[in-house]
Design a protein around this ligand. Structure first.
Ligand code: IVH
Length: 713
């Protein structure tokens, strides 16, 4: 009981300080005091798991997103390092050191060059004051609150000098990078090209909670500004790192002669591939700080350091086959199946070929001998084809032809959207996409199905309970309640609870929201939920303005006419076309719904899958209704081109008279049946009869279609 009270007290207090610190930027206590309270709370919570609270400050990183990063000057400029690329250049670098220091042997260290993002940590009186990016070298962005989420960076130091600036590299371990990309792929998000990009992208996030969820790490590699630190060499610097629990850059070599230096560079090359992060070189540094001082710097880089860059290892191998993966969003990715080959520390047997355009650009063919390397030392890629080794009978590779325009996973139709490079499967029921589609269907902006997130969708698909979204409506309370989920992990990722059932309570809630979706969710949510290419939320909303029920869509004349308009041109032109179309003009369709979207809708509803969806919906008696149905927008008639004008229509026109009536009315005009002196215009088509003469006698202006058109423009 005593502990419970203390836990509650600490949570309250910490939340308070959290808010002061992050939200109001007016901390009342030091970082050290904060940490002490935090640790006390953590310990108490660990000892009392029954008092676990997901909202405890220990369970999250506090703070709300920033609006932007503040800039700040570096205490000392953050310089770069000069790159060298060959043994000769290493020899030249060493000779220059010998000459400038007038010494034969010079103690050096050799360590990995980490492929990450440079960062400066400024500790004052033992606590992290702020952290900056390199920026332009003289000032950088203040990314302190993002840096605080990196567990390996101590927020406080012990017996530290009054000022200690530690410079180092923020990076993402390869393993964490892969996991992150898998996760993003599953959520239908763009994946990062390499760990460096992922790191840079993450540090730019303004929301520290998002940063906290990314696997960033840090290694210290340099000393910035310092006061009263008594550091005189790289060796001293490294013992400080050790003392302060700051992660050092390892492995480390020492050398004092050129042959020793070259050996170290070679040894580092073979050792670096077993590190769980990208490295692309060896940083060579003079050990002694007095010697560094003597050597000095250029405006760009110090003369006491150099970065030897390793060339990416390249190997030739045979491209045995090209397989095609169906991604969880239906994207078809060609993958080169290679004769296994050892490159940069691992065996490579597959490499992505990205897409058809990339295959054409490199003219990659099955049976080719190709050159493989690991881009950024991580991801295998095909550099080029050795065309001289090409078998005579080889043929250019064309993905859609090979697939016979069918998805390799489900046999459904594949298509390539205008302006995109990827071919994709458009089948609503494609099993490779089942999880993505169900998750999208259930998402908040679609049908908002309570308790149905990705992990539950995965289990439904794995257990064959659902292969497409509409299967959800036939699930029973029992099936859902008994569904086994993955064991839950604790926040430290170490302890795993036993398997969990979805459970009756959550099952009941989910069935409730399915029933709600069936009867209450508006048409636009349903259209969006179907995940038809190019039909986003806004297009769905516009479609539901124009149609009353889902069953109106397959037969819609509006969609048909829109689909017939020429494809994507510049916005202004397509808009003009929409307005000029005699049938479409009156609807004033906004730019969220264009010809391409309409074509996609048409092909969806006419496809076998689309037909099945319609059939299934009618079996389930689902026919969602629009809640914004208003095909003819109420227009402010006063400033429309025809406002206040009265028309009479006669003769044969290019479309039925009611169509013209709609156009005139949509532009603010009135249409009357009988001519009088109050009539402003007679719209006269061919074979106009007596009305023509009457109009003349009443001095009513006579218009043909062209004349009307002019008025509308
Ligand atoms: S020492 C005066 N050591 O490479 C520069 N830098 O190209 C002293 N880097 O911005 C830097 N690994 O962020 C040093 N082991 C290492 C490094 C390293 C990566 C980065 C550093 C710097 C860039 C220069």
């Amino acid at each position: 009981m005593l502990f419970e009270q203390r836990i509650l007290e600490l949570r309250k207090e910490l939340s308070h300080h959290n808010q002061l610190y992050y939200q109001d930027a007016t901390p009342e206590i030091s970082d050290a005091e904060y940490d002490q309270l935090f640790r006390e709370l953590e310990e108490l919570e660990a000892a009392h798991p029954d008092l676990h609270d997901p909202n405890s400050p220990t369970q999250r990183v506090g703070g709300s997103p920033l609006d932007s990063f503040q800039q700040r000057d570096h205490l000392i400029p953050m310089l770069s390092i000069d790159d060298i690329f060959s043994e000769e250049e290493v020899a030249e670098f060493f000779a220059r050191l010998q000459k400038n220091l007038n010494l034969e042997t010079i103690p050096l260290t050799i360590e990995p060059k980490i492929d990450g993002v440079a960062c400066s940590l400024v500790y004052r009186h033992g606590s992290l004051e702020y952290a900056l990016t390199r920026g332009d070298g003289s000032k950088g962005d203040d990314i302190t609150q993002n840096i605080r989420t990196i567990q390996r960076i101590p927020l406080t130091l012990n017996n530290a000098p009054p000022l200690l600036e530690i410079r180092g590299e923020v990076f993402m371990p390869n393993s964490g990078f892969q996991k992150l990309n898998q996760q993003r792929e599953a959520e239908g998000l763009d994946t990062f090209v390499n760990p460096r990009n992922a790191t840079a992208g993450t540090l730019k996030l303004l929301d520290p909670k998002a940063v906290a969820s990314r696997p960033l790490d840090f290694i210290a590699h340099g000393l910035g500004a310092h006061e009263n630190s008594n550091l005189t060499s790289e060796i001293d610097f490294r013992s400080t790192l050790e003392k302060q629990n700051l992660p050092p850059n390892l492995p480390l070599w020492q050398a004092s002669t050129l042959p020793e230096l070259l050996t170290a560079i070679k040894e580092l090359d073979s050792a670096r591939h077993s590190l769980d992060y990208g490295t692309d070189g060896a940083v060579i540094k003079v050990v002694d700080f007095a010697q560094r001082q003597q050597l000095g710097s250029t405006s760009r880089a110090p003369r006491w350091a150099a970065a030897f860059k390793y060339p990416p290892e390249q190997k030739e191998t045979l491209l045995k086959a090209i397989t095609i993966q169906v991604g969880r969003t239906g994207v078809l990715t060609p993958v080169a199946e290679l004769e296994p080959v050892f490159v940069s520390g691992t065996t490579v047997s597959r490499a992505t070929l990205h897409n058809q355009e990339e295959i054409e650009r490199k003219d990659v063919r099955i049976g080719d001998t190709v050159v493989v390397e690991k881009a950024g030392e991580i991801i295998p890629s095909i550099v080029k084809v050795i065309t001289t080794k090409r078998p005579t009978e080889s043929e250019p590779y064309h993905l859609p032809t090979i697939l016979n325009y069918k998805c390799p996973s489900c046999g459904g139709p594949i298509s390539k959207e205008e302006g995109f490079v990827a071919w994709r499967c458009t089948n609503f029921a494609c099993p490779a996409q089942a999880v993505t589609r169900i998750t999208h269907f259930a998402s908040r902006k679609a049908l908002d199905l309570d308790g149905l997130g990705e992990s539950v969708a995965i289990k439904l698909v794995e257990n064959n309970l659902a292969t497409s979204p509409l299967d959800l409506f036939t699930l029973t309370l029992e099936q859902l309640g008994d569904l086994l989920l993955d064991p839950a992990k604790s926040s430290d990722g170490l302890t795993i609870s036993k398997e969990r059932r979805f459970g009756e309570k959550r099952a009941t809630t989910l069935l409730g929201s399915l029933e709600h979706a069936k009867t209450q969710m508006p048409l636009n949510s349903w259209i969006f939920a179907m995940g038809i290419p190019q039909i986003g939320e806004s297009a769905a909303k516009e479609l539901s303005r124009l149609h009353q029920n889902l069953t109106d869509l397959p037969e819609s004349k509006i969609i048909a006419d829109l689909a017939d308009l020429p494809d994507f041109e510049e916005l202004s032109k397509s808009k003009r076309k929409k307005e000029n179309h005699p049938h479409l003009a009156q609807y004033q369709i906004d730019d969220n719904l264009g010809p391409v979207a309409a074509q996609n809708l048409r092909s969806f509803f006419s496809s076998e899958t689309g037909q099945n969806v319609l059939l299934k919906l009618s079996e389930l008696q689902i026919n969602p209704t629009s809640d914004n149905f208003a095909p003819l927008p109420p227009s402010d008639t006063s400033n429309l081109p025809l406002s206040g004008k009265t028309f009479v229509i006669t003769g044969t026109l290019s479309a039925p008279r009611p169509e013209f009536k709609k156009i005139i009315e949509s532009q603010g005009g009135k249409v009357s049946g009988s001519l009088s002196a109050k009539t402003d215009y007679l719209l006269a088509g061919e074979k106009a009869g007596s009305k023509l003469a009457k109009a003349e006698s009443l001095s009513v202006e006579i218009l043909n279609e062209e004349g009307l058109q002019k008025m509308l423009n």
